[in-house]
Write a protein that binds this ligand. Sequence first.
Ligand code: ZN
Ligand code: ZN
Length: 345
Amino acid sequence: MKTKTVLITGTRQVEVKEFDMPEPGYGEAMVKIHTCNICTTDWQLWTGARAGRAKLPTAQGHEMAGEIVALGPGVPADLQIGDHVAFGHEGCGQCYYCKIGKEARCQNRIGRLTLDGQSGSFGMSQYLTVKASRLYKMNPDLPYEEAGYLEPLATAIHGCRRLRIEPGEDLLVIGAGNLGLVNAQVARAFGARVLVSEIQDERVKLAQELGFDTVNPAKEDIVEFTKKWAGEKGMDSVILAVGATKANEQALQVIGLTGKVLFFAAGYPAPELKVDSNTIHYREWELIGTMSAAPEDFMLSAKFLNTGVVKVGKLISYRVPIDEAQRAFELAATPGNYRVALKMW
Ligand SMILES: [Zn+2]
Ligand SMILES: [Zn+2]
């Protein structure tokens, strides 16, 4: 099947090229992709901020959704032609991390393709053939660009599981960008009392529309505010949904004894964290990293999207046709915008 695919070819350069997508083999499905949302990882490769993280040209894109148009033999009957699906990651099942049940950290993740000498995840394509086990069924009433949140939402779920959220705990999310507001909704679904910190007024407003209490540390003292909001003990946990030295400082200022901090976001250049180990010892702090997601996270992500527990409709800023991919990347890289959905048709 002929497919148009978006390639990142250089700094601030994209190209739409045509490839031959193979028909599905044993255990595989071909998906007609309707949308692919441009992730921060994608546009930061485009701007050059993540130079070296992928060899150019590269076929990026992992936040896509579409419908099954062909099935190879050996696909279980719960997937049918016409089903709406979104894409998850899948581990190799063979490496050390897969074997110990930490599939999110698989070192040979399945899903990279090489077509006509070009390799990548090929999410920004009109058609994509993948192992059917990577597909998650999505509610057909959910717009495709919202179904495309399966992957980022799964990473937030993975993080909240690593944070071991307790019912009723006081949790601060720093940053009301895309993943800040997704993380905040997951933490709430996991039973936390959630406060969102953000300095841009537009984003503060959106956090409030989603039902969150907010604090703007550019206008208010965040330590004072959190002590009023959560009591003298301070916050029980913090999710850092921005990668910035200042945010790291604030996280350590607001957590109390036995506080937990989840480092959800990367920042470029790499943010610093200044803390001496005695403080971690005496205060029994936990500093937790997280990245990626495992199949159990994708399953819950699909459920949260399909049933409206997590709402992402307001997080789509623009919908741009594939032939205007250059403009789509420019919009995605514009500060203040949420997700930009590439429309493949
Ligand atoms: Zn992503
Ligand atoms: Zn593996």
